[in-house]
Design a protein around this ligand. Structure first.
Ligand SMILES: Nc1ncnc2c1ncn2[C@@H]1O[C@H](COP(=O)(O)OP(=O)(O)OP(=O)(O)O)[C@@H](O)[C@H]1O
Ligand code: SF4
Ligand SMILES: [Mg+2]
Length: 325
């Protein structure tokens, strides 16, 4: 049974240049204890998909279509999603430092969350704040309670951001770029922590990342986004060994070979994605796609195969695909 569902979500922004469609009909679902990783180039709509679902868009943004369901309860991608935020839905924003209050000690800010979401008294909240810091493996949690965010390293701040998201005992943890700007060793530790929270504590996990190594390490399912749409979705082990969409294949082919010096988290492929304000009806990847043909100028429906969905007229693997809009 699915725990968290996003159905046909579209998000637009009003800008001085006109309306920008940042997210176009994105759907996914998540079962308890499952991991889904969202990957794609910068600007592909990863963050706005989740911000839209959680009712956290900027003032000039709005959800123009779609809805979300959490534990059987219909959400309006607005106030009712916000109501669950911090409690049943834990969210770690792209900027971990941004979700911590600079002038408050860690014990105070975690304590406030625990009092608000779990109704604990001040002493119990402090004890539980210490437990949360231990749970995210922050060294010496007792003394950290009295520290300020700026006294921590980037990796330690990310652990505190995870602890803050866990304060309301969520069933779903959503982490936007939890490893960006961390060195490789610390990245691996954060990924291991997220995996443990998912495997051992049964949390459903939605992780956004640029880093294909993080996708591989998290396992579970991956959703590849391009120009505001989902272009491929399936099990990581199957998508990574046999990509069905030319964009996924290009990303994987551009990965640095194992052992080679990694020049950046997201491999670069020739050309650049279209601007969200200038999207045409056909395939958004057509100008960069080696397999593009005439039909690709026309609307591309999502195709559903065995354990895989892709948005392409000419999938790279053979399956009895069925098309849906
Ligand atoms: N407030 C806004 N006003 C106008 N456009 C916006 C606004 N916020 C986001 N966008 C646009 O929406 C598109 C999707 O943005 P989003 O933040 O989802 O990208 P992303 O995939 O998370 O990228 P990154 O990996 O860089 O975080 C981008 O083109 C972005 O410029
Ligand atoms: S629809 Fe056409 S252009 Fe788009 S990815 Fe598939 S083959 Fe390439
Ligand atoms: Mg983002």
């Amino acid at each position: 049974m699915s725990l968290f569902e996003v159905r046909g979500l579209s998000v637009s922004f009003s800008t001085p240049q006109g309306s920008v469609e940042a997210v176009r009909g994105v759907s996914f679902e998540l079962s308890p204890g499952e991991s889904l990783t969202i990957v794609g180039e910068s600007g592909s709509g990863k963050s706005q998909t989740l911000l839209g679902a959680l009712g956290l868009l900027a003032n000039n943004g709005r959800v123009t279509a779609g809805h979300c369901v959490f534990a059987g309860r219909e959400l309006d991608c607005g106030p009712s999603a916000e109501e669950l935020l911090g409690s049943r839905l834990g969210y770690i924003p792209q900027d971990a430092m941004g979700c911590l209050t600079p002038h408050l000690r860690l014990g105070t800010q975690l304590g406030e969350l625990l009092m608000r979401h779990r109704g604990l008294g001040a002493d119990a909240a402090r004890r539980e704040a210490r437990e949360l810091l231990a749970r995210v493996r922050l060294p010496d949690p007792d003394s950290r309670l009295d520290r300020y965010p700026h006294e921590l390293s980037g990796g330690q701040r990310q652990r505190v951001a995870i602890a803050a998201a866990l304060a309301g005992q969520p069933a779903v943890l959503i982490a936007d770029e939890p490893t960006t700007a961390l060195d490789v060793t610390v990245q691996a530790q954060i990924v291991a922590l997220l995996r443990d929270l998912q495997d051992q504590q049964g949390l459903a996990l939605v992780t956004i990342t640029h880093d294909l190594g993080v996708v591989a390490a998290l396992g579970g399912r991956v959703m590849v986004m391009y120009a505001g749409q989902v272009v491929e979705e399936g099990l990581v082990r199957e998508v990574f060994t046999q990509p069905a969409h030319p964009y996924t294949a290009a990303l994987l082919a551009a990965r640095p070979a194992a052992g080679a010096k990694n020049t950046g988290p997201m491999p670069t492929i020739p050309g650049s994605p279209p601007q969200p304000g200038s999207l045409s009806q056909g395939c958004a990847f057509a100008s960069r796609c080696p397999s593009a043909r005439e039909e690709c100028r026309h609307e591309v429906p999502m195709r559903v195969g065995a354990r895989r969905q892709i948005r392409c007229h000419y999938p790279l693997i053979d399956q009895p695909w069925q098309g849906i809009q």
